[in-house]
Design a protein around this ligand. Structure first.
Ligand SMILES: [Fe+2]
Length: 239
């Protein structure tokens, strides 16, 4: 397997290109910006993109999806439960002052357990709601590699306070879907440094009972979702 992971866009989303060395068929995970960079790397690698995988429908993971699809013809794949968020992409673009055309509708709707291939590469879709209802991780078991989107970060988990997010759901997803993977699984999160399942199992504060109890207590004192929604509306419309 050939893999290149590099930060793209202002939010420094980790975009990855995974290439089958035999067929040069490839997968692009989270084309979150800097389309020219992604396309230049694909050219350099001699890769034919078979799948454009989106871990979840936040703008910083899809900003270059339109350009990558236009250049490669590959299908955009997203979990079914994030379609409503994807449809809010014009609003998300507006929030960040981006006047680009939003990406086209997904070509393939993903479900938990789906198996996808590109050349000799095979991966399974793990539905891990919590950061958003349709958040997914992509697991390449043969390569001991996980793309964890904004579900699991090095020593943290994704923000659960966005619309459609849930603290209970993200903790459950990480425990039930990710912590069952082998310790030596490399983890490529949606932002920030790479880690491993084993390191997170031992060190991630969200996975240790004592620190999790403290986090839960602090969480109960934070503003609720309705207040957050109000703040979002204020930010978008300025009133
Ligand atoms: Fe996100």
């Amino acid at each position: 397997m050939i893999r290149q992971t590099f930060p793209v866009g202002k939010m420094k989303c980790n975009c990855s290109i995974v290439v089958c060395p035999k067929t040069r068929e490839a997968i692009v995970v989270d084309p979150g910006g800097d389309a020219e960079t992604i396309l230049a790397k694909l050219k350099e690698l001699g890769a034919t993109v078979k799948l454009i995988l989106i871990t979840h429908a936040h703008f910083d993971h899809v900003l270059a999806a339109r350009a990558v699809k236009a250049a490669t013809g590959a299908p955009i794949c997203l979990h079914k439960k994030d379609i409503w968020l994807y449809r809010l992409m014009p609003l998300q673009y507006r929030m960040i002052g981006n006047k680009d055309k939003v990406p086209p509708r997904p070509d393939k709707l993903l479900l938990d357990g789906d198996a996808l291939t590109a050349g000799a590469l095979s991966l399974s879709v793990l539905h891990t709601p919590g950061h958003s209802p349709g958040s997914c991780c992509f697991h390449l078991a043969d390569e001991k590699l996980l793309f964890s989107g904004d579900t699991l970060f090095a020593s943290s988990v994704g923000n659960w306070r966005f619309l459609g997010g849930s603290f209970e759901a993200i903790i459950r997803s990480v425990n039930e879907k990710l912590m069952v993977l082998p310790d030596d699984t490399d983890v490529v999160p949606g932002h920030g440094p790479e880690t491993t399942i084993g390191f997170e199992r031992k060190n991630n504060p969200y996975l240790q009972p004592e620190s999790l109890a403290e986090i839960k207590l602090a969480e109960s004192k934070k503003p609720g979702k309705l207040k957050m929604l109000g703040l979002m509306i204020l930010a978008i419309f300025g009133f």
